[in-house]
Write a protein that binds this ligand. Structure first.
Ligand SMILES: Nc1ncnc2c1ncn2[C@@H]1O[C@H](COP(=O)(O)OP(=O)(O)OP(=O)(O)O)[C@@H](O)[C@H]1O
Ligand SMILES: Nc1ncnc2c1ncn2[C@@H]1O[C@H](COP(=O)(O)OP(=O)(O)OP(=O)(O)O)[C@@H](O)[C@H]1O
Ligand SMILES: [Mg+2]
Ligand SMILES: [Mg+2]
Lengths: 267, 267
């Protein structure tokens, strides 16, 4: 039974794809068997790991629309202990189609059951929206990680996000927890970043001991520093470890993976 | 007859709101009478200029849903020669309601007619989507400005954007042109930024003399450098000129406004 992580934030351009790919890669490097799933019709995760959305025969779109396809057909190996199920632009059409029916939240969860025992971790890259694709990710997930930039307007989006997670908890996935905030493109020496992080930590401390799905949520460490190598890697279809293993980006995501694993082990 | 600008990019977090507010403020400072319009249910533009989306009595939501309200009731003054029509979260509900009817593209244009003579420039901050709100902006606009970060994945979004502009041109607004790319959060000394800018310039040069809506599109100058002051200003409800007039952010948007005005004057 793998641990399923939804990398989620309805705000765009906050670091979901960069974090999904590189945290997954760091976890794989540390010995975990990981499957990445691209749930974004933009298919940036797919491009990031060097695959062509239009060239892969069986994609997550097929799993949503064709019950005769199996998750096993969709899996592509991208690195040692790292597999991926890719997206394609047609997934956008599936999203509007699916959102017209109310019982389509568990399609991905059901489809993935047939191969889940192959993995220790499943990492789902979500689109920048709170629609049926993200709801499928939340319905299947054990935990939610929220990448964000420590900016003022980013805080606005967090409450809306938590509200959505709360609704999914009540309706289809009572065990779901928001376990971590990933600080992306972080400028730790600025007053703004310090104040936003302070606000976040205070908010989560005040929810300890409640029954909120974010009661155990921490600001994960280390923050991921701004590093141009992280922005270059996708243009080569590589993870940061394949592209520039000595970079700050690689160091930060490796340290983040250790922090996450320690959290799972209760250390 | 004001010049109407749609500040547009369906990708999230690329600098639309920051650019809409600060370019509008720079234009106002240079003597233009400017009206900002917040078309995003997130209402970040509204917050950025120090207004409370839930406290303003007549918002853009009312203009979309209540034909008895006039644009004049919605206008709020925020600075010298700078007015705003604000958004509110209910606008999200209006968006899904409106998108179910096919003839709702010109609601904003029709509503604004009654006050257009008060202004030289109208600056519309678009949401990160290609839905009916953005289509309303494109139906009313004379020109489209596209803020983006010079990153690999950002290029992917540009072709989709241009396709949408093309469709609006054909159907409701033949005069519409994409006139400029605004480079936001720019790191000019990186290879990645240089290569992406090169790609953009080549693409636009090859479209000169065609009838594409982007045939006269330029990469505007200067690029807007990453500057924490630009991210801090919204938390104080201020434009960069009110918050930190000596900052690089202020300097860059002032220079950008001059470049844009020179373009209008053909100089
Ligand atoms: N730490 C970082 N340093 C530098 N650039 C980064 C960093 N993290 C992400 N980026 C770049 O910022 C941009 C946005 O990141 P990313 O695509 O991961 O965000 P996203 O939340 O998945 O966006 P979307 O909402 O479009 O799916 C990308 O161009 C990416 O390469
Ligand atoms: N040049 C810059 N330097 C530093 N921070 C910036 C700069 N431009 C924008 N930002 C910050 O980056 C974040 C995203 O910018 P902004 O909100 O303008 O993007 P947007 O395209 O309007 O986003 P959305 O798609 O959510 O509407 C904000 O926190 C903003 O303060
Ligand atoms: Mg993404
Ligand atoms: Mg915005």
């Amino acid at each position: 039974m793998p641990r399923v992580i939804a990398m989620m934030n309805q705000k765009g351009g906050v670091g979901k794809t960069t974090s999904a790919v590189n945290l997954a890669a760091a976890l794989a490097a540390s010995g975990q068997r990981v499957c990445l799933i691209d749930l974004d019709p933009q298919a940036h995760m797919t491009l990031h790991v060097g695959l062509d959305p239009e060239a892969i025969e069986c994609t997550v779109y097929d799993l949503f629309t064709d019950p005769t396809r199996s998750a096993a057909e969709a899996v592509v190996n991208v690195d040692e202990r790292l597999d991926a199920i890719v997206s394609e632009t047609d997934l956008a059409a599936a999203e509007s189609e699916l959102s017209q029916h109310s019982d389509r939240q568990r399609i991905l969860a059901e489809s993935f059951k047939s191969i889940e025992d192959r993995y220790d971790v499943v990492m789902i890259d979500c689109p920048p929206s709170l629609g049926v694709l993200t709801i499928n990710a939340l319905s299947m997930a054990d935990e939610v990680l929220v990448p964000m930039q420590a900016h003022f307007l980013a805080l606005q989006g967090v409450s809306k996000l938590l509200e959505t997670v709360g609704l999914v908890c009540q309706s289809v996935n009572p065990g779901l927890e928001v376990t971590g905030i990933i600080l992306c493109m972080h400028e730790r020496h600025t007053n703004l970043a310090r104040e936003v992080v302070e606000d976040l930590k205070t908010f989560f401390e005040e929810s300890r001991g409640t029954d909120a799905p974010w009661r155990n949520c921490r600001v994960l460490e280390p923050p991921i520093r701004r590093n141009i190598k992280l922005a270059e890697a996708p243009s080569f279809g590589q993870t940061i470890f394949q592209y520039e293993p000595a970079s700050h980006g690689a160091t930060d995501y490796t340290a983040l993976a250790s922090f996450v694993i320690d959290g799972w082990n209760g250390t």
